[in-house]
Design a protein around this ligand. Sequence first.
Ligand SMILES: Nc1ncnc2c1ncn2[C@@H]1O[C@H](COP(=O)(O)OP(=O)(O)O)[C@@H](O)[C@H]1O
Ligand SMILES: NC(=O)OP(=O)(O)O
Length: 312
Amino acid sequence: MRVLIALGGNAMTSSDGTARPEDQIAAVNSAMNPVADLVAAGHQVILTHGNGPQVGNLLVKNELAAPVVPPVPLDWCGAQTQGTIGFIVVNALECALAARGVERGIVAVVTRTRVSADDPGLRTPTKPIGRFLPRDEAQPLIDHGQVWQDRGERGWRRVVASPEPVEILDATAVSTLMTAGFVVVANGGGGIPVVREADGSIRGVEAVIDKDLGAALLGRTVAVDVLVIATDVEAAVLDFGTPDARPVGRVDVATMRTYAAQGHFAGGSMGPKVEACCRFVEQGGQRAVITSLGGIARAVRGDVGTVVVAAP
Ligand SMILES: Nc1ncnc2c1ncn2[C@@H]1O[C@H](COP(=O)(O)OP(=O)(O)O)[C@@H](O)[C@H]1O
Ligand SMILES: NC(=O)OP(=O)(O)O
């Protein structure tokens, strides 16, 4: 089976969100065990990953260093996160496969995702990135012109522009490598957002695409059967955070859209995961699963987490 696994920020950082290198390496090492099991079982696997904590940290570094080092735009920061996260994922998966006696080429592809220059998401910041801060520490940054949002019990987080992914420009490279037998890491952070100019040239735009929406598009573009969104909860939950909370198991896409319209899934976290699953299935994918890292192997069989399918 052809499977796309989308790894959330939680798979790649410590729970405090600081994204220290050693924490990222440890988290990715552990995330690659179930992925290696799938590869060893004969599945064709593509990996994609979030970059929210990492791209936010890079942006802060840029801003702090600006007096001495020329700052680079946000799309460059996104490209840099594809490089570093791809690097540690390839290292970790190679090691996990070797432990299972499997030799397989693994490659990380710098992936550009086309967006529309007049996407309203470029004007209104919605995508949370970087560290969580208490309100009083975020306030001076807000006063300085940054946009921050109250993200609940973990604190406040900076938000940036986040357009819809329209086209994965490097999808042919991804497909070709996959068909040649490589495990491909692609479209990290939802892809580097770019627009195509009237003269045909490509220009990066300062934004961060939602990696789950990017994953749904990549998944259909390269015709994977199953999309697995691995995060830090076992399933999408109705009435999340209330005494009536209950997980969604196997569900048809129309019912899932009704739940979403009823407001069960928070924006910037579970909301885009649910939207990604619905799009993937509506566009012909066999099933899309939201589950924890531990559920990745079972998710391919569809017997764990929230499993979105076309019909009841
Ligand atoms: N209805 C819901 N069901 C489950 N989790 C939810 C829901 N609404 C919001 N969440 C939150 O979504 C989080 C997962 O999203 P996010 O933190 O963006 O994950 P990742 O970084 O793994 O992509 C969970 O930890 C949970 O706190
Ligand atoms: N780009 C993106 O959606 O990253 P996270 O999943 O880490 O938020």
